[in-house]
Design a protein around this ligand. Structure first.
Ligand SMILES: Nc1ncnc2c1ncn2[C@@H]1O[C@H](COP(=O)(O)OP(=O)(O)OP(=O)(O)O)[C@@H](O)[C@H]1O
Ligand SMILES: [Mg+2]
Length: 316
């Protein structure tokens, strides 16, 4: 039997808020069923308060579920053996700031059981990987936000984990830093590391993940291979005409943008023929016709629209 890197079964987390006017329940995660196969990269998308970090904290046993189960390589996250396989980059890393970057990564490596020459070699490798080898002797409190983020990633990588859990890994990074993180994740993927990647940067998820899960208001509203979400099913096309009055096409009800003398028309592929004929009869000229590829952003925006753009969780 193949063991999944991550699996959850009806995983639910309800926080209790003690307010001045009594208690409220916050349904942060509502019956999540999710599987990440070994060696797969799963991107998790969701608006603020969707339950992404809650899911991660449950997987790491930092909080306990209200109901349901989580498994890491088949083991309960409360089992230290299960967590030994995991490298974790938290959403807002706060490493011990009076340590130098090197000391901190070394400390993380020693906690995961590395010792002696092996520890020294791994620390050097990961510091080079995140391009922080020039700043190893500098205390973390003197680092910029992006440098702290890089050191936090180095600490997640130092134990050569089988599963990387990355909560907003490119937050605070410049363009080169973002590219670097993407390259590191791709290299890990090549090595067969499983990755759970939470990010608001949809192009990063599109470039790195083969599977994606969309969480909204604590509920999984859509999941599956990225390729399926990008599929051309029900595809649309963009037609560019010259010499056509938009009014002549209006009976066909397309989406129209007037761009100087040109008319850009977006429509379902099935209607393109009727539009071209209508434009032809109006003595207009077709300049170009190209398919509109659905992006992951389109899929995410559609899921958000279907959920009434819900931000945060249900508070009862
Ligand atoms: N300790 C807590 N006590 C009460 N409510 C909490 C607690 N932690 C999180 N929540 C609530 O749980 C919900 C989910 O929060 P979570 O941090 O998982 O969201 P997220 O998807 O990671 O959002 P973001 O994109 O902003 O990081 C939110 O409504 C949040 O207010
Ligand atoms: Mg979060």
């Amino acid at each position: 039997m193949v063991t999944a890197a991550v699996s959850t079964e009806n995983l639910t987390k309800i926080y209790t808020l003690d307010l001045l006017k009594g208690r409220k329940r916050v349904v942060a995660l509502d019956g999540l069923n999710l599987t990440i196969g070994e060696g797969h990269v799963m991107g998790v998308l969701g608006p603020n308060g969707a339950g992404k970090s809650t899911t991660i904290k449950l997987l790491l046993n930092l909080i306990t579920p209200t109901s349901g189960k989580a498994r890491l390589f088949g083991l309960d996250p409360s089992d230290a053996e299960a967590r030994r396989n995991v490298g974790y980059l938290p959403e807002n890393p706060s490493p011990y700031e009076y340590l130098t970057g090197e000391e901190f990564v070394r400390f993380a490596g020693s906690l995961s059981g590395l010792r002696g020459a092996e520890l020294t070699a791994r620390v050097r490798t990961v510091l080079e990987q995140v391009q922080m080898d020039r700043f190893t002797g500098v205390q973390i409190r003197r680092y910029s936000k992006g440098m702290t983020q890089r050191i936090a990633l180095a600490q997640a990588l130092v134990s050569s984990p089988r599963l990387l859990i990355l909560d907003e890994p490119t937050s605070g990074l410049d363009v080169l830093g973002r590219q670097l993180i993407r390259d590191i994740i791709l290299a890990e993927k090549k090595k067969g590391t499983s990755v759970l990647l939470c990010s608001h940067i949809i192009p990063d998820v599109e470039a790195l993940a083969e599977d994606v899960a969309i969480l909204i208001g604590g509920k999984l509203v859509r999941s599956g291979p990225v390729s399926e979400m990008l599929s051309d099913e029900g595809s649309r096309v963009e037609l560019t005409f010259e010499g056509v009055d938009a009014q002549r096409l209006s009976p066909l009800n397309p989406e129209v943008i007037q761009d100087g003398r040109r008319l850009i028309v977006r429509t379902a592929a099935a209607s393109s023929r009727a539009l071209i004929e209508a434009a032809h009869q109006a003595e207009g000229r077709l300049i170009s016709m190209q398919p509109i590829r659905n992006s992951l952003e389109d899929a995410f925006l559609e899921a958000l629209r279907n959920s009434q753009n819900k931000v945060g969780s249900t508070i009862e």
